[in-house]
Write a protein that binds this ligand. Sequence first.
Ligand code: SAM
Ligand code: DTB
Ligand code: SF4
Length: 319
Amino acid sequence: MTPASVESLFALPFADLMYQAQTAHRRHFDPNTVQLSTLLSIKTGGCSEDCGYCSQSARYKTEVDNEALMPLDDVIAAAKAARANGATRFCMGAAWRGPKDRDLAAVADMVRAVKDLGMETCATLGMLRDGQAEQLADAGLDYYNHNLDTSSDYYDQVITTHTHQDRLDTLSKARTAGMKLCCGGIMGMGESREQRARFIAELAALDPAPESVPINLLVRVPGTPMGAGEALDPIEFVRTIAVARICLPTSYVRLSAGRTQMPDHLQALCFLAGANSIFYGEKLLTTPNPRASGDQSLFDKLGVRPLELTNETAQRSCA
Ligand code: SAM
Ligand code: DTB
Ligand code: SF4
């Protein structure tokens, strides 16, 4: 899929785009089921990197306090609470350029403990060095989250301390170690539609495609270089979800950060466009997320059911 062909999807009349997205969605998934992942920041703030959107970079003065790696028992308690609320996947995030070996051993213990609770495990720890992905896979890590974030030709406008190629290298390490990939990006960082199309073409070129594709709407964090600026048009965001659904037909497309800025009817449009996963629970990493009770009432209004782990393979139909 070329960037130009992806851009031509963006240019379709809205009804035609939604029809194509829904057709692709129904070919591979039950459209009334949404997967729930809960996030926990296991190590917050003080990151060496300069990602222009991030509250956790040590280079920007934000309201985030630096915290050391969380104790194992606290992680287990949070995972149990997430499971009791109905989440099937628990995603642990750390504000690192990449993990030190000592830290990785502690995270591996967390992965083993969460896995023992019967949940799917995901971690997002930054760039991995040789051998680290294997250690995580051996501990039972199901998914590695590492986002491309934006198109290759816009990347250095957002981040200068690592490159788009560095991201691809870590994705390749995680894949080679046998883990599933969670890889997406952030919309509304000042990129053009052409760059959104290139970004989706670059995601779709990963072979195999990432099993999970988080589409974040930029959360504007005061103190970061992207703390102020024009918001992305909501219909353009829905279009982006629909195009991602068409180009990544077998992937879960996650309506990720930014939901607190979205009224119910906008989120409903995103589900109609093919989003079938959300972050669930009142906090993302450092910023708020809708309350679980609000999500439950939205699901009730829409007739949406949360994905149950045991049904995961059953609910995917063959193309
Ligand atoms: N440090 C690791 C890394 O960068 O890969 C893991 C944590 S990092 C916070 C994970 C992802 O969160 C980023 O790649 C980005 O997509 C998303 N993210 C961070 N800040 C965000 C914001 N303000 N708005 C939307 N998404 C954001
Ligand atoms: C992803 O794509 N989005 C999540 C998760 N992967 C780690 C993080 C969103 C962070 C939003 C800003 C914050 O809470 O700090
Ligand atoms: Fe660090 Fe990740 Fe934030 Fe970039 S996105 S500053 S690597 S925590």
